[in-house]
Design a binder for this molecule. Structure first.
Ligand SMILES: Cc1cc2nc3c(=O)[nH]c(=O)nc-3n(C[C@H](O)[C@H](O)[C@H](O)COP(=O)(O)OP(=O)(O)OC[C@H]3O[C@@H](n4cnc5c(N)ncnc54)[C@H](O)[C@@H]3O)c2cc1C
Length: 492
């Protein structure tokens, strides 16, 4: 009997990016903008942006959440991310990237979110609520060490945020945006903070929270931050449209069956053996491979000899539709149980408007994949802030999502940083952003690394991108709407 003969198509592209989440999309777009390389993005799902990048809360981090940590590295990563966004994205995407420098005094420019209904970022700020020593968590536990820790954290929060976004640092330097340095943000003790700001809604929320513990209102520190909510699917759609305009191809529904590796000398990938959406075999060859597969790294880890440990933790989100209040806030705490965040998201899909609340608990995540993720702490906090009647008058949904980080052996502490790993003699790169918000930095840093791995002529991009059909239409079909929208649409 004759054995069956399989034909396999062979294809060459200069660069193959595996993974169509924000990391893969942003890297492909930035590389296409600055080169004439042929680039292909492979995604195993039927659409782009269905992984963590489509399920997140949509909090654009400029550092507030990390401003109280012992070491300022994650805070500085966020602050540098703002610099990269303003320098590398705002001028090129003027219709959408609505964060820019704003002059507040003769020699003081600082970044601001500009009002723009089509913009990636919503101009309602995130308020940071920091407890004082008379707060419920302090009074319930009544440990002196807790109070000391809380005041120390508060001092760091005020100081670092004031240096970065208050009256201290001029972000405009020789025509560019320039963030403060690590030593600048560390050198300020911050009780004089110009960012203190509050609203009646926030004061009422805090009072109701304290009353739920049968306590008198406490003296919260409330700050207005540069953090805001972002429209992640709009960011991905615009970047995909820009990449399509520069000739990038996106192939979805692809299964990678095998990496063909040259093991003599430094490890080099020769080809990827894949199965296409239509079920055909394909051999994909490239000069450089970028792996940006989020929680899909596990099967590749040993073959790619990644030197870091992959850490996955599951966490939960609750969606309330319509929203509970129109204010974004995050309550910080030295106690995980007291963390809580509320974000309002606005989406316009096919002429229909959707507005909903995202409720989460940034202090809680289970590191053990076997653990049940518990949404009860989120519901309990929400009930304390908004009241039981209001909370349960809303349509409520919960879902889980996996957070994936790489951690090096030396660095056991979680840092929510980004990870870009490559060997100078190899032909591949592994990339994992700890946050969607790091996409400008991840794209730029990956680009710098790619320049050291392959030879190509850099080109100066045109001055700005205009979102036009047919690329806008194709991008809209390629990128999934964010997951909460899919749930809301399916239930109504
Ligand atoms: C619950 C939750 C809330 C979060 N909230 C925020 C937030 O508010 N703000 C923020 O900045 N960040 C947030 N994050 C972090 C953020 O979601 C991630 O850091 C970011 O989206 C990761 O992007 P990525 O492209 O690396 O991964 P992903 O978006 O997961 O993309 C990876 C892609 O690779 C594809 N893939 C995997 N394996 C293969 C394969 N073998 N072949 C082809 N394709 C493959 C996947 O299908 C997926 O599309 C949150 C994360 C979670 C889990």
């Amino acid at each position: 009997m004759m054995s069956e003969i399989y034909a396999s198509e062979i294809e060459y592209t200069d660069v193959i990016v595996v993974g169509g989440g924000i990391a893969g999309i942003a890297i492909a777009e930035y590389l296409a903008r600055h080169s004439r390389l042929s680039i292909k993005v492979l995604e195993r799902a039927q659409q782009l942006g269905t992984g963590a990048s489509g399920k997140l809360e949509g909090w654009f981090h400029t550092g507030a959440l990390y401003s109280g940590q012992d070491d300022a590295q994650t805070f500085i990563n966020c602050v540098n991310g703002v610099e990269d966004l303003v320098n590398l994205y705002s001028p090129y995407f003027p219709e959408h990237c609505n964060v820019a420098l704003n002059q507040v005094k003769p020699h003081l420019f600082r970044p601001a979110v500009l009002p723009n209904p089509q913009g990636w970022f919503n101009d309602s700020p995130v308020y940071l609520i920091h407890p004082r020593t008379d707060s419920p968590e302090s009074r319930l536990f009544a440990l002196k060490s807790d109070s000391v820790h809380m005041e120390l954290q508060r001092n760091r929060v005020l100081g670092r945020l004031e240096v970065a976004y208050g009256q201290q640092h001029n972000w405009f330097h020789e025509g560019n945006c320039l963030a403060p340095t690590y030593s600048q943000v560390e050198a300020h003790e911050g009780l004089e903070c110009s960012l203190r700001n509050s609203t009646e809604t926030l004061r009422n929320l805090c009072q109701r929270f304290d009353a739920s513990y049968d306590m008198e209102p406490s003296n919260y520190e409330i700050l207005k931050t540069l953090d805001c909510s972002m429209n992640t699917s709009s960011i991905m759609k615009t970047l995909v449209a820009s990449a399509l305009e520069r000739g990038v191809t996106f192939e979805t529904g692809v299964t990678i069956e095998k990496l063909l590796i040259d093991r003599y000398g430094p490890l080099r990938i020769k080809s990827l053996l894949c199965q296409t959406k239509q079920g055909f075999a394909k051999r994909l060859k490239a000069n450089l491979f970028v792996f940006a597969v989020g929680d899909g790294f596990t099967p590749f880890l040993s073959e790619l000899q990644v030197r870091a440990r992959l850490k996955s933790s599951r966490s939960a989100m609750v969606v309330a539709h319509p929203p509970l209040v129109d204010t974004n806030f995050v309550r910080m705490s030295t106690k995980n149980k007291f963390h809580f965040n509320h974000f309002v998201q606005h989406r316009e899909i096919g002429g229909e408007n959707f507005v909903y609340s995202m409720l989460a608990d940034s202090g809680y995540a289970s590191d053990d994949p076997k653990d049940e993720v518990d949404i009860e702490p989120i519901l309990e906090s929400a009930q304390r802030y908004f009241g039981k009647d209001k909370l349960y008058s809303r349509q409520l949904f919960s879902y889980e999502c996996v957070k994936t980080e790489f951690m090096s052996e030396e660095e056991q502490k979680r840092r929510y940083s980004y990870w870009i790993e490559s060997d100078p003699n190899s032909n591949y790169l592994c990339v994992l952003p700890g946050k969607f918000s790091f996409f400008p930095t991840v794209a730029f840093q990956a680009y710098q690394r790619i320049r050291t791995l392959i030879q190509f002529d850099e080109c100066v991009p045109k001055s700005s991108f205009k979102l036009e059909t047919p690329f806008a239409k194709e991008a809209t079909e390629l990128v999934a709407n964010s997951y909460p929208i899919a749930i809301i649409k399916s239930r109504n």
